[in-house]
Design a protein around this ligand. Structure first.
Ligand code: PHB
Ligand code: FE
Length: 329
């Protein structure tokens, strides 16, 4: 494996015969045609469906490289070191490792972010929303036609204290452009009644999380709805397949709030299977820090992801001072 440090601005070529620009980041080249994305690096190359690539790229950009590893598929992905980011090919794939075909390079976060944003903007066609459920968006395929800036520049919900608290993230409504999703038509929309003691009216807040989630226009996009120091509630609505295979760098707790999701859980380093976890409404799971996982949601469902956002955790785990599995039975 080779590792190099690179610092340059966004490098983009002219549009190719399909209308898409080709981008270079260090030793990696990204090109697309009507159906596929082609990634090249010094020791190999890879082809992916444009659909899968765009949905993964959208999340990697919007989540600022997330916690730990974002695998676009079993070959390509990023590893977040919070300030700098590895871009890799085959690094977490046992066969590539054994054949010594894997490659990774480290970039300042700003440089890889700028390049990924430029690819996302150039390769997203009019009418296609990489955050939307398959039945709620157009097609990513074909020669380049138009753009969809609105869809790819949504700001991520990140409450400072809690959604609905004055000055914090607002509630969703028809008026804010968040109609109830077709799959959540039966979800009650009444807000809680708050009976505060006199003098405390401004200090007590509550909101209907189910109603809030029923109005989400995106899938597989955890947003911070409440924060208590490093304890972050990141619920999300899911439909079809999580477009990344997430390699955790800390424990995550999952609470299945509605419907059902099946998780394929694999070893984080090699990708070898570890478990299949089917979570039904009300189920709780602790996803270990040394796994990667991908969820399958046959119907639109609500999932609460509970994160400890402390930047110290990966190092504490490496030193054996925080557990990779938070509970023993
Ligand atoms: C996760 O990897 O833990 C994850 C990512 C996105 C989601 C849900 C879970 O929507
Ligand atoms: Fe995860």
């Amino acid at each position: 494996m080779s590792t190099t440090e690179t610092t340059t601005d966004v490098q983009a070529g002219e549009a190719n015969e399909h209308g898409y620009r080709t981008f270079t980041l260090g030793g990696f080249t990204f090109a697309r045609d009507e159906h596929f994305v082609h990634v090249d690096w010094p020791t190999g190359s890879h082809v992916m469906s444009a659909d899968i690539f765009m949905k993964a790229l959208m999340r990697d950009v919007a989540w600022n490289f997330f916690y730990g590893i974002v695998n676009f598929d079993s070959v390509i992905g990023t590893m977040n070191h919070y300030g700098n980011v590895d871009l890799f090919a085959g690094r977490y794939n046992d066969a590539y490792r054994k054949a010594e075909l894997d490659h990774q390079e480290n970039f300042p976060e700003g440089q890889i972010k700028a390049t990924f944003e430029a690819i996302l903007a150039d390769w997203t066609n009019e009418g296609y929303d990489p955050f939307a459920a398959p039945q709620e968006t157009g097609s990513p395929f074909g020669v380049k036609h138009g753009t969809n800036t609105e869809a790819i520049t949504r700001t991520r919900v990140t409450a400072e204290r809690m959604v609905g608290v004055p000055g914090d993230e607002p509630l969703r409504s028809d008026e804010t452009g968040h109609p109830v999703n077709r799959m959540f038509a039966d979800v009650g929309q009444t807000e809680p009644t708050i009976e505060a003691e006199p003098g405390f009216e401004d200090e007590v807040a509550a909101f209907n999380l189910f109603a809030y989630l029923s109005r989400s226009d995106v899938t597989w996009n955890p947003s911070i709805v409440s924060a208590c120091k490093d304890s972050l509630y990141c619920p999300t609505t899911e439909e079809f397949i999580l477009p990344v295979i997430h390699g955790n760098d800390r424990v995550e707790w999952f609470v299945q709030l509605s419907d059902e999701i099946t998780w394929k859980v694999e070893d984080r380093e090699t990708g070898s299977p570890r478990a299949t976890v089917t979570m039904k409404a009300g189920d709780v799971a602790a996803m270990p820090a040394d796994i990667r996982h991908q969820g399958y949601s046959p119907k639109r469902s609500m999932l609460l992801v509970w994160e400890n956002g402390s930047p110290a955790i990966p190092e504490l785990i490496a030193k054996g001072e925080a557990p990779a599995i938070p509970i023993e039975f």
